[in-house]
Design a protein around this ligand. Structure first.
Ligand SMILES: [Fe+2]
Ligand SMILES: [Fe+2]
Length: 204
């Protein structure tokens, strides 16, 4: 799906459904992190109007997703609590530092890392929506079906912004090649995390 180099383990959706409360809490943190990542990039790169505008819209939408997950959590009596260690995002950011050529704006890689996170969210939401539709059709299934479309759109926005930002250093084909390199590293990270300890998290 999208640019992902490997699909998630077949068992992921079943395990996630069995621990849906934990998945919702993790999902809320993912939305919050997506919003704060977007606002921190705005603060770091304020001189690029197209980036500022697109990321402000993205942050607002991610915060809306966060609030909607909170409503679902409230109905189940769940509280947010502190986030668990996000090994997936940490390793993905580290992996981006190994990409060649090395001479591109760090913002390009931050956007590509963000795009991959959106792509994996989109894939996992689709797995969840399909599994929920089969076993427990209703509001939650509809929610994930709606969100997977939003995350696919965010993926596109971030890849387009990366292409625009890289102009002068890398053409579009070069950026997409970089994204493909990163996608291979991302697939390794997902496989490794699943082998270490298979957890019902959106990215782990
Ligand atoms: Fe989102
Ligand atoms: Fe998103």
């Amino acid at each position: 799906m999208l640019c992902l180099a490997a699909a998630s383990d077949d068992e992921w959706a079943g395990i996630a459904l069995g621990e849906i409360d934990a998945v919702l809490i993790d999902h809320a943190h993912c939305e919050l992190k997506a919003a704060s990542n977007a606002t921190s990039l705005i603060a770091r790169y304020p001189g690029q109007p197209a980036v500022v505008r697109a990321l402000a819209a993205l942050a607002a939408e991610e915060l809306d997703h966060f609030q909607r997950v909170l409503v679902l959590m409230d109905e189940r009596g769940l509280t947010l609590g502190p986030p668990s260690v996000d090994a997936y995002a940490r390793e993905l950011r580290r992996a981006a530092q190994t990409l060649v050529p090395l001479r591109v704006s760090p913002l390009v890689d931050r956007l590509l890392v963000g795009a991959l996170i959106e792509a994996r969210s989109c894939e996992r939401f689709k797995l969840l929506a399909t599994a929920l539709e089969r076993r427990a059709p209703g509001r939650l299934a509809d929610f994930y079906a709606e969100l997977l479309a939003a995350e696919a759109r965010h993926y596109r926005v971030l890849v387009d912004l990366a292409c625009e930002t890289a102009r002068g250093d890398l053409d579009e084909a070069g950026v997409l090649e970089r994204l493909a390199q990163l996608a291979l590293l991302e697939a390794d990270i997902v496989a490794r995390l699943a082998k270490d300890k298979f957890r019902a998290t959106i990215h782990g």
